[in-house]
Design a protein around this ligand. Structure first.
Ligand SMILES: [Zn+2]
Length: 560
């Protein structure tokens, strides 16, 4: 071929590549617009943080369902929505009450009930500290004032054990009282894990104690012929069930195996379920733009792209899942695996997307979890990645929904752009999302899906459970580790108000290299070191700060 022809051909290639790049840019711009629209809606205040079982979750479900309908992707089952029930603690059933004489005590203010109390009605005429068989026992909860004002006093454990022992010794019920005025009094903990004891149990606050019992005040309520203070406990407690709703859409290519692409869409609401990291006192909407409106938008965008390329991508069926209940313990994905009779042998692999909206423009760090769950995954690490600094987590078990599928024998991949200081706070908002970065992550996942279409079904390998599961921590430091950092030590991505680290002067950006005498190389050794300390222990934490070693005195507190 002559020089002229060659240079003309070369010119053609240049033009074609430029056109291709321009086309990609254009389609990326459109993808950014779609993802932005999804995240802004899902993270808007009107959805009130999409708490499982809430009106906000329902609105989000409507939105996702309509997006699938727009895309022309039918439901997996008869309907897109797949509701699931889950136990959600216990609650008091009206008209539960405690009476002294004819006075009905005010719940919370004067009397506190316990979820592990037996539901029954008992009446007795009692005297304080006189513990007779077959009667209600009116007894102190605290041994002394120190116990009453010890922030670490385990009141729930004490109430449970003392009530259980009282039942064994013949009490018909126990009414504890606070004679000291504890600053940390018991409260009704709906999520208590204590089993129901054999007798009714309640607690008189210090306010009620002073009003009705102290200084022989109780004698005012004893009329002639009575053996003591008339006390009536009418307790009714019931288990609570809540409903969450998964959303499922399906591209049925009549293929033998199915690929699952999923993400949770629930979030924390106003932080009612105790999983918020917000230290503020005000009730605020946790908008959950990154966690996990970003993953939800990514699933919708992947669905759009796979559906568009359906003619090319038909080696597998594609199941798109939007889980609820993830923030309450992967409840939606667990329920899906268990209840829909998913045959894991028919699932080729599962991609889980949780928090892909905050790609760091300088590090470009992208965590891929589950790499050890299939020999087929190594290839994605073999070739150098121009776009991302890939941080690998080999375990199939992690803090998100892929765990439910891995545990069912499905190879998984988990995508995550890292924690940040807005994690699980009301400040996780849509205007902080890196939209072009998210689209880059989506395109990368799409490339992987396209690649896997041309390969045999990935094999499944068991991985080691991460250390996190094994060690039960009594204490916390109150830092947000940077899971994407792996250059020795643990880099601090954020410090939580009121916790030991911030009190010791640990700062965001510090790299923890030692806890007491324990060297910290990474998350694993950090977790192991943390497991060695107990509440109240005083030691030092050594950090690298701008290249200098800084040693800070620290005192641990309970992991609550
Ligand atoms: Zn999440």
């Amino acid at each position: 071929m002559g020089l002229r022809a060659t240079s003309f051909l070369f010119l053609l290639v240049i033009i074609f590549t430029a056109q291709q790049a321009a086309a990609n840019k254009k389609s990326d711009r459109k993808a950014v617009a779609r993802v932005k629209a999804d995240i802004y809606y899902l993270a808007s205040d009107s959805l009130e943080g999409r708490r499982t079982g809430s009106e906000g979750e329902r609105k989000a479900g409507d939105y996702i369902e309509n997006r699938y309908k727009q895309l022309g992707i039918p439901p997996y089952k008869e309907h897109y929505r797949l509701p699931f029930q889950f136990p959600y603690g216990r609650e008091v059933v009206a008209p539960a009450e405690v009476r002294i004489g004819k006075i009905v005590l005010k719940q919370g203010e004067e009397v506190v009930l316990f979820p592990f109390s037996k539901s029954a009605r008992v009446k007795s005429e009692v005297l304080p500290d006189i513990l007779e068989t077959g009667k209600i026992w009116l007894m102190p909860l605290y041994a002394d004032g120190d116990e009453a004002n010890n922030p670490h006093f385990e009141w729930e454990k004490t109430v449970y054990e003392k009530a259980r022992d009282a039942a064994r010794q013949g009490a018909s019920a126990v009414l504890f009282y606070d004679g000291y005025g504890s600053k940390f009094p018991p409260e009704f903990n709906r999520q208590s894990e204590y089993e129901t004891v054999d007798i009714p149990v309640a607690f008189l606050t210090n306010q009620a104690y002073k009003k009705y019992i102290a200084d022989d005040k109780y004698e005012e309520y004893i009329s002639d012929g009575m053996a003591g203070l008339p006390v009536e406990m009418n307790i009714a407690i019931r288990k609570v069930e809540r409903t969450g709703t998964n959303i499922a859409a399906f591209i049925d290519n009549k293929a033998p195996y199915t690929v699952v692409i999923g993400a949770h869409y629930d979030h924390l609401g106003f932080g009612e379920d105790g999983n918020s990291l917000y230290a503020g006192k005000d009730k605020s909407i946790h908008n959950g733009a990154d966690d996990n409106a970003s993953g939800t938008a990514a699933v919708l965008e992947m669905a759009a792209q796979i559906n568009k390329k359906r003619k090319k991508l038909h080696h597998y069926n594609y199941l798109f899942l939007n889980f609820s209940g993830e923030e309450l313990g992967l409840l939606g994905s667990k329920a899906f695996v268990k209840e829909t009779g998913l045959d894991s042998t028919k699932v080729a692999y599962m991609i889980n997307i949780d928090m892909v909206g905050r790609l760091n423009d300088s590090t470009h760090a992208l965590t891929i979890g589950g790499i050890g769950t299939s020999p087929a995954w190594a290839q994605f690490l073999a070739k150098p990645n121009k776009l991302f600094k890939v941080v690998v987590d080999s375990s199939g078990i992690g803090p998100s929904d892929h765990t439910s599928f891995y545990n069912a024998g499905v190879p998984v991949l988990f995508f995550f752009t890292g924690l940040h200081s807005d994690y699980h706070k009301p400040s996780d908002d849509a205007d902080k999302i890196n939209y072009p970065g998210e689209v880059e992550v989506i395109n990368y996942m799409d490339e992987i899906v396209t690649q896997l279409e041309t390969e045999p079904k990935p094999g499944y390998t068991v991985t080691k459970a991460p250390a996190i599961g094994k060690t039960k921590f009594k204490v916390t430091l109150g830092i947000m580790p940077d899971y994407t950092f792996n250059d020795g030590g643990v880099r601090v991505d954020g410090v939580t108000e009121g916790k030991p680290a911030i009190r010791a002067g640990v700062k965001t950006g510090d790299i923890i290299v030692q806890l007491g005498d324990y060297k910290v190389q990474g998350m694993q050794t950090y977790m192991e070191a943390l497991g060695k300390f107990a509440s109240g222990d005083k030691t030092t934490v050594t950090v690298m700060r701008e290249g200098k070693t800084v040693v800070l005195p620290i005192e641990f507190s309970t992991n609550k």
